[in-house]
Design a protein around this ligand. Structure first.
Ligand code: PLP
Length: 450
């Protein structure tokens, strides 16, 4: 039962991304089963999972064929590595299938166990590439404030989450951060278009400060996820592309959230017309059913690795794990069979966005925004002048807790509320999500008045 599970949890389980003191006081919500877009807790509450777990169960819960292929693969070949000139069919087939979905100039995949490992891999590949090109001084990678690229030492360093840096001497050397293109929070009186150019020019400024010959790469999410579903103004990416081309700097587009359909394209890079050198992937690759990540690499980079030779001293025991690869293949097959990417682009994405926008008339809402199946709203004290609540009140946290008690998982980043539901969500389920989100706002407003 819930109480005994919570007791054991308190005694033995150190949770990721948790305040252990308050967790122990409140007790964790025990999630015991899931189906479609719903999860159930150990008290029998049915909750609409507006976040697809951690932005990952794109295919939804309860897809039995994923379990079946895992079972079959475990019986056939449960494990083998791809170090030292070995390979196995599931990883080889998966790499080919991913390359077919990626932009045409990206045809090789390096497998990892998670998004964080993918970004560690990227950092090492970038430096390997410039070493092979005879330019080891091209060493610095530029990331963005509030970017999230994982929790390993390199991932957290590439990311721009201040609290993560403050807890342990991060970032590691050779990483620099520039402001994010967050118009609602930082745009002031500029139009979104003007602000997009200004935000992109921060990259130019940083390159001038550091020196073009020392900058190796720029890393960014197509849409910043954990930073608050920050959708860049239309002018941002085209300007960034120009700057990178001018200075011969590699582009890393972190597709861990946007990849596998969330924007209505297979990858966010395709939505924004980007030509990355690296695309770290994870999450939607297996819809979270089993851990797996990877880095999709451009022909120009992979070509240098091949021409120059020399071992790349990097890899994981579980790189290309056969069971994970089999599950990923089945997941991709299902996404294709169900036409989910097109569904997000032409049907459920626009439907959700139009419904989400209606929340903008609520007194607590300063802005709604979204794209595909990602959306955010800004909770404000006063709409005029975008006045925020005192951060000590943690109104975002209040909304998140009210929402889950009311049957909807939403995430809070400060006072920004976020959703990223499974791609199989129906119109009726979107309606339910919106009704519950509005109720969350109403209930929060009532408590704030008390
Ligand atoms: N990159 C992005 C954009 C992410 O959102 C995340 C996780 O949320 C990661 C990397 C890290 O992935 P993982 O948690 O699988 O290590």
């Amino acid at each position: 039962n819930t109480e005994s599970l919570q007791q054991q949890d308190n005694q033995h389980y150190l949770h990721p991304f948790s305040d252990h003191k308050s967790l122990r006081e409140q007790g964790a919500r025990m999630i015991v089963k899931a189906d479609g877009v719903y999860i159930w807790d150990s008290d029998g509450n049915k909750i609409l999972d507006g976040m697809a777990g951690l932005w990952c169960t794109n295919i939804g819960y309860g897809q039995k064929s994923l379990a079946n292929v895992a079972f079959e693969q475990m019986n056939e070949l449960p494990y083998y590595n791809s170090f030292f000139q070995c390979a196995h069919p599931p990883a080889v087939e998966l790499a080919k299938e991913i390359a077919e979905l990626a932009p045409p100039h990206m045809n090789q995949v390096f497998f990892t166990g998670s998004g964080s490992e993918s970004n560690d891999t990227v950092l090492r590949m970038v430096r390997h590439y410039w070493n092979l090109k005879g330019k080891p001084e091209k060493f610095t990678i530029i990331g963005r404030h509030n970017g999230y690229h994982g929790s390993t030492v390199a991932g957290a360093s590439l990311g721009g989450m201040k609290p993560m840096h403050q807890q342990g001497g991060l970032p590691i050397p050779g990483i620099h951060h520039i402001p994010q293109p967050y118009w609602f929070g930082e745009g002031g009186d500029l139009s979104p278009e003007e602000f997009g150019i200004q935000a992109a020019q921060e990259l130019e400024k940083a390159i001038q400060d550091i020196g073009e010959d020392k900058v190796a790469a720029f890393i960014a999410e197509p849409i910043q996820g954990a930073g608050g579903v920050v959708i860049p103004p239309d002018t941002y990416w085209p300007e960034i592309k120009k700057i990178l081309a001018k200075h011969d700097i590699l582009l890393i587009v972190d597709e861990v959230i946007c990849g596998f359909g969330r924007t209505g394209e297979w990858f966010g890079s395709q939505y924004f017309g980007l030509e990355p050198d690296f695309m770290p992937i994870a999450k939607g690759l297996t819809s979270g059913y089993i851990p797996m990540g990877g880095v999709i690499v451009s022909d120009r980079v992979a070509g240098v690795f091949e021409q120059e030779g020399g071992e790349f001293y990097h890899g994981y025991t579980y790189s290309g794990h056969p069971v994970a690869a089999a599950v990923a293949r089945e997941n991709i097959r299902l996404i294709k069979e169900k036409g989910l990417v097109e569904y997000v682009k032409n049907d459920i994405g626009p439907y959700l966005q139009q419904a989400w926008k209606t929340l903008g008339d609520h007194p607590l809402v300063g802005e709604t925004r979204g794209l595909g199946l990602l959306a955010a709203l800004e909770v404000v004290q006063e709409k005029e002048g975008r006045v925020r609540f005192d951060s000590d009140l943690d109104v975002g946290g209040m909304c998140r807790n009210t929402s889950v008690s009311n049957g909807l998982v939403m995430r809070a980043v400060g006072d920004t509320l976020i959703i990223s539901p499974p791609m199989i969500i129906s119109r009726d389920e979107v309606d339910e999500l919106i009704t519950k989100a509005r109720k969350t706002l109403d209930l929060t407003m009532e408590s704030l008045k008390q």
